[in-house]
Design a binder for this molecule. Structure first.
Ligand SMILES: NC(=O)c1ccc[n+]([C@@H]2O[C@H](COP(=O)([O-])OP(=O)(O)OC[C@H]3O[C@@H](n4cnc5c(N)ncnc54)[C@H](O)[C@@H]3O)[C@@H](O)[C@H]2O)c1
Length: 296
């Protein structure tokens, strides 16, 4: 059976990525349903989108009418609300067991000709696909953070992914004015395969006292021409997510070069997850200004 034309999109998980994906889809005319573990969290995700659109209106980059039209295209629901979606993008927390459970539940909700995509940063698409009734309809659709600003989407092809499904989601990502690259299903795909060892090495360098956080980040910004240093970027991604990706890469490759830095583990254990908790390698004030966190 051919996959359906994509008009109605579901997003599961209304955190920073899910809300960003929902926003960009609605801005490009798609009808969106967004869910989370409870309605309250999904509403919080929608309120975040409203606040971001409000800032665009205040800066004169979007009309108030266009902002209301975008918001009107996003409704909040529960997992069952995805039953009539043409494409459902899973963007829940980066935990393998959680995603496997979620995909298995989702498999029982979506229609037979719908596509299921995961925004996972590292987990095997082939493994996630194996728990839904038709693995051919499952692909990776890896958006970058922040979704409204970042140009790239990685399309990850699982062992069982149907080429027609891959073609449809690639066209879908391009309809959101994103540039796509295609990756085989290996831990970390393309972007995180390169990025996570870099971020992790910056944690080791900080922990060993090679330099302080600002010097490490300035080194990458001015020495490598990166817009953000690795520690500031790790804080933006979320240290729990960085650790979860590093753990998947370490386990799946079975290679100690991917072992997560103990300092990264400690920050996550402390609940200091970066910008989303206002504290990580840096401490953030209400305006998002940062000063280095004392970690010794
Ligand atoms: N943060 C990044 O820079 C980034 C970039 C690309 C991809 N990703 C991937 O996107 C996904 C989400 O990351 P995030 O940064 O948005 O995390 P986040 O912590 O901001 O949000 C995760 C959301 O998932 C929800 N959730 C947890 N269990 C759920 C369930 N069973 N059903 C529905 N929702 C559930 C949480 O309540 C939360 O709102 C992860 O797979 C992550 O690897 C993250």
């Amino acid at each position: 059976m051919q996959p359906r034309e994509i008009r109605r999109v579901g997003v599961v998980g209304a955190g920073q990525m899910g809300a960003g994906i929902a926003q960009v889809c609605a801005q490009h005319g798609y009808d969106v349903v967004m869910s989370d573990v409870g309605r309250a969290l999904a509403e919080t995700g929608k309120a975040g989108i409203a606040a971001r659109l409000g800032r665009l209106v205040a800066k004169g980059k979007l009309s108030a009418e266009a902002a209301s039209a975008v918001l009107a295209r996003i409704s909040v629901g529960d997992l069952k609300s995805h039953h009539d979606r043409d494409l459902v993008v899973e963007a829940a927390t980066e935990k393998p067991e959680l995603k496997l459970g979620l995909l298995s539940q989702l498999g029982g909700v979506v229609s037979r000709d719908a596509i299921v995509a995961s925004n996972t940063s590292s987990i095997s698409i082939t493994k996630l696909a194996a728990v839904v009734p038709d693995p051919a309809r499952v692909v990776g659709l890896h958006f970058m953070n922040p979704v409204p600003l970042m140009q790239l989407v990685e399309v990850v092809v699982g062992l069982a992914s149907d080429p027609e499904v891959v073609r449809r989601v690639t066209e879908f990502a391009q309809s959101l004015e994103k540039t796509t690259i295609q990756s085989r299903d290996r831990p970390g795909f393309i972007v995180n395969r390169i990025l996570i060892p870099f971020l992790n090495e910056a944690c080791f360098a900080l922990d060993e006292g090679v330099a302080d956080a600002q010097a490490i980040d300035t080194g990458a910004r001015l020495g490598l021409n990166h817009p953000l240093g690795p520690l500031a970027l790790a804080d933006l991604i979320g240290l729990d997510t960085v650790l979860a990706i590093a753990e998947v890469m370490h386990r799946e490759f079975g290679d100690d070069k991917y072992r997560p830095a103990p300092l990264l583990r400690n920050l996550v254990a402390a609940g200091w997850l970066g910008r989303k908790t206002q504290k990580g390698f840096y401490v953030y004030d209400r305006e998002g200004r940062a000063v280095p966190n004392r970690l010794d």
